[in-house]
Structure formats: structure tokens, C-alpha cells
Design a protein around this ligand. Structure first.
Ligand code: EPU
Length: 299
């Protein structure tokens, strides 16, 4: 039996040579050899058993909001989590959300149930799984502060529940960044009673402010991490980076830490521009900007 036929017996959907540009907010990235959608945890678990026995390279695609995929694409399997992974359940002060649910939707659900604790992270773009892996948040709070447990499927197919301590959270990172064998499937959050109307008003005002101070269009959010006690956007503005172009890529004129696809950019355009900006900041300020977007594929 061919590999494709074997996979079709295990999972809901398999596509060969799927362009990643269609699955990333930057709208760039070459083809994935195999693009596989799993319907639920059991399917994911079976797929991982197959992948590890065949020793195939693999990665999980969240909602592609923080990825820069190279123009050559991705060798091996890209796993896409299906609709069951978007479920959100509320039980008292506890919310359990699938890793593919949008974190903003989880925050809105919390507000609708008068639950506080997601005000900081609820305005950040991306999925729950991405938010956990990156420990997303703002000065109003980071997601680690409300995590009770994280359910995962391991590379070998086994299921486990991790405590907050197991997750190794710190600024914009977690164990899921270093241990790529763990796939987040759902998260249980422990929230506290709050004033739903005030929370929703807060979320709305931050979203509005963000829409005014950050560019719309094809972006991956902030390209670089903020260096300690500094702002990458400000540093890039100070070295005159705003408005710089490379092919169809541009450093946003609105916020220097956004490198956007303004006109059919390639992944290389975006990466080259990011490297030019980094070099300028390194030269003038002696600061090495670290990527916040995840670089995937060969560079
Ligand atoms: N600034 C400039 N020029 C710029 C951009 C910013 O001078 O081009 C200044 C601002 O005026 C402000 C300071 O730098 O005084 C900080 O800027 P901002 O408030 O925009 O916040 P940030 O530190 O650039 C962080 C997060 C964002 C998040 C905002 C708002 C990081 C790397 N970035 O940005 O997150 O949206 O706060 O909460 O931590 C993302 O996660 O993708 C992201 C964009």
C-alpha cells in the first residue's frame, strides 16, 4: 500500500503538495509535502504513532498567525487540527478550550460568563495552542497566570495532562518551544469572577487601540521579541527602518516591528528585509533582535 493510502485509512483528510501560503497570515510559503487534517485527539494519536514508526518529519500548524514558512515549503507532514479542536466549554470558573480555538473567542466567552483573567491575552491574534506555546499576553497579563492544565498528545501517540509547572512558562516562551515532541490539544483555564461588561469593554477598547496603532493586512504580528526593557518597534523606528522595502515586503510605516506582505512578497523578501533591519539595530544599538515569528523550512 502507498503511504498516501495508509494515511487515508488513519485520518480524515490528506493533501499532497499543499501551498502553505494559503494557511499563513503572511500569505507566503511553499508547499508542504503532506498536509493532514485530524478530526479529533484519537485520530491525532493514531497519526502520531504512524509518523513516529515511519520516522517522518512533522509539525503542527496552528492558525498560521506567527509563522514565516520558506519559499521551498516544508518537507514531511504538516498537521492541521480539525473543528473538534475549536470547542470551548465553561464549567463554573473553569474554561476548557481546544487548542485550535481562537484565544480572542475564548476571552469573549469568559467575559460573557463574567469571568476575569483573559483580559491581557484576549486581544492577541492566534489560537489557544499558539498562545500557550508562546506564553502570549500583554502588560495586562499573560496566559500562564490562568493555566490549570494542558492536555497533549506526544510524538509517540501517548496522551498526557501537564500541570502549569510542567509547562515551564516564562516571557514569551514555554516547554513547548524547546520540546517539539508535545502537541497541545486542549487547555483548562482557572478564571475568577468578574464584571463581564467591564471586561468586554476593556477587550473592545484594546482591540480598537490596536487596530489604530498596528497595521492591518498580511502580517504575522510582531516580527521580533522585545529586548529586555526595550521595544523592538521603537528601535527599528530609531534606525530609520520604517517604510523600508524588499520586493513586496515592507517595514510598516505604522509600527516598526511589523514586516508585512504589501505586494505579493515572497518569504525570502520578508526574511531579507528582517535581516537588514536586524543588522541596522545591531550596528547602531549593539542589540541583537530575536525573532518572535517562527521560521519554518530551510533558510
Ligand atoms: N514605538 C515606536 N515606534 C514604533 C513602534 C512602537 O516608537 O514603530 C513605541 C511606542 O510608541 C511605545 C513603545 O514603542 O512607546 C511600545 O510600543 P507598543 O505599545 O506598540 O508595544 P510593543 O512593545 O511594540 C507589544 C507586543 C505586541 C502587542 C503590544 C500591545 C511584543 C514583541 N509585542 O508591542 O504584540 O500587540 O505590545 O500590547 O511584546 C505580537 O504579539 O505579535 C505583538 C505585536
Amino acid at each position: 500500500m502507498s503511504r498516501l493510502d495508509e494515511l487515508k485509512k488513519i485520518v480524515t483528510r490528506v493533501i499532497e503538495n499543499e501551498p502553505m501560503a494559503a494557511h499563513t497570515t503572511l500569505g507566503v510559503g511553499g508547499p508542504a509535502d503532506l498536509f493532514i487534517e485530524v478530526a479529533d485527539e484519537d485520530e491525532l494519536s493514531s497519526l502520531m504513532r504512524y509518523i513516529s514508526s515511519e520516522q517522518l518529519p512533522w509539525m503542527v500548524l496552528g492558525d498560521g498567525a506567527n509563522l514565516l514558512v520558506s519559499d521551498n515549503g516544508i518537507r514531511g507532514v504538516v498537521i492541521h487540527l480539525g473543528e473538534a479542536f475549536q470547542r470551548i466549554n465553561v464549567d463554573g470558573n473553569t474554561i476548557t478550550a481546544g487548542s485550535a480555538a481562537r484565544i480572542s473567542k475564548v476571552a469573549d466567552t469568559a467575559a460573557a460568563h463574567n469571568l476575569s483573567g483573559l483580559e491581557g491575552v484576549g486581544t492577541v491574534p492566534g489560537s489557544v495552542g499558539g498562545a500557550i506555546a508562546m506564553n502570549a499576553g500583554t502588560h495586562r497579563g499573560y496566559i500562564n497566570e490562568v493555566v490549570e492544565t494542558v492536555s497533549i498528545v506526544a510524538e509517540t501517540g501517548g496522551k498526557r495532562i501537564l500541570s502549569r509547572e510542567d509547562c515551564g512558562f516564562s516571557y514569551r516562551t514555554s516547554v513547548f518551544q524547546s520540546d517539539k515532541s508535545l502537541i497541545i490539544t486542549s487547555v483548562t483555564l482557572n478564571l475568577s469572577p468578574g464584571d463581564g461588561k467591564a471586561i468586554e469593554d476593556h477587550l473592545d477598547s484594546v482591540r480598537k487601540h490596536r487596530a489604530e496603532t498596528q497595521p492591518q493586512g498580511k502580517s504575522a504580528g510582531c516580527f521580533f521579541k522585545n529586548p529586555p526593557n526595550n521595544s523592538a518597534g521603537k528601535l527599528i523606528e530609531m534606525v530609520g527602518g520604517k517604510g523600508m522595502r524588499e520586493g513586496g515586503a515592507e517595514v510598516s510605516t505604522i509600527h516598526g516591528n511589523f514586516i508585512i506582505n504589501v505586494d505579493n512578497a515572497t518569504a525570502s523578501n520578508l526574511h531579507d528585509l528582517a535581516e537588514r533591519v536586524r543588522e541596522m539595530v545591531r550596528k547602531e544599538h549593539g542589540i541583537e533582535l530575536e525573532y518572535e515569528v517562527r521560521l519554518v523550512g530551510e533558510w
